[in-house]
Design a protein around this ligand. Structure first.
Ligand SMILES: [Zn+2]
Length: 248
């Protein structure tokens, strides 16, 4: 009994202190079990003042692209074509769609997707961009609202991207801002999301982290949890890069 009274006192004192300080109580820890799609902070907690400065700078830069929660709700196929990449892989015809009303240049998005898909570290196919069917894959840049609608019954919560059986739906909010698992490395996050969602289109399912410190498989749900693995955007990360980091 005395213990309960003491506990109540401790709780009451805590609440009083919080009231006096005028701060809200701390939020509860995340629930255990499979994580539902949820909002994540754009930047991880800072370890050092230098890191904090860098993260503040990145946050500022990313604010430049303001992605609306919803846009027109209609995709437009990006016009123009791009030849399949080199090599001996199978040619895969794909097309790119961008929701009308988003603050991205459709051709620039299509060029980024084409570079990523034809990188030697990619899926090993030769991706040919077309602007009319037939196409095996559609890669669509989509506002959070349209992503949620397109991805049902999967719950993307305005945050995640998906493969919905027809389209690799890339959430424009994350295309602009990245995810905390990739820190400030927006380019690598973009490579991950394209390879992952197109990986589904090619028939690949989810994989898990093979062990702490190892590279995450590209088909792991890296933006939900790395599970102790290191982020990795590539299906074949050991293949030589085409032109280190250049968008071309
Ligand atoms: Zn997935």
């Amino acid at each position: 009994m005395r213990r309960i009274v003491l506990l109540v006192c401790v709780l009451a004192t805590g609440a009083l202190l919080l009231l006096l300080r005028g701060t809200p109580p701390p939020s509860p820890p995340p629930a255990a079990g499979p994580p539902p799609p949820r909002a994540t902070p754009a930047v991880s907690p800072s370890a050092t003042p230098a890191t904090a400065r860098k993260e503040r700078k990145e946050r500022k830069e990313r604010k430049v692209t303001r992605v609306p929660r919803s846009a027109s709700g209609r995709f437009r196929v990006v016009s123009g074509t791009a030849p399949p990449g080199h090599g001996r892989g199978q040619v895969v015809r794909y097309l790119v769609e961008v929701e009308r009303g988003l603050p991205f240049r459709p051709r620039a998005f299509a060029a980024a997707v084409h570079r990523i898909l034809n990188d030697p570290r990619g899926w090993g196919h030769r991706f040919q961009r077309v602007d009319r069917p037939p196409a095996r894959v559609r890669v669509a840049l989509s506002s959070p609202a349209l992503t949620d609608a397109q991805c049902l019954p999967l719950r993307t919560g305005g945050e995640l991207s998906c493969w919905n059986g027809t389209r690799s739906v890339i959430n424009a909010m994350r295309w602009a801002h990245g995810v905390k698992e990739y820190g400030g490395d927006l380019a690598s996050y973009r490579e991950y999301v394209v390879n992952h969602e197109v990986g589904h289109a090619l028939g690949h399912g989810h994989e898990s982290c093979p062990g702490p410190g190892r590279r995450a498989p590209v088909m792991a749900q890296q933006t939900k949890s790395l599970g102790g693995c290191r982020p990795n955007p590539w299906p074949n990360p050991d293949a030589p890069a085409l032109t280190a980091g250049k968008v071309r």
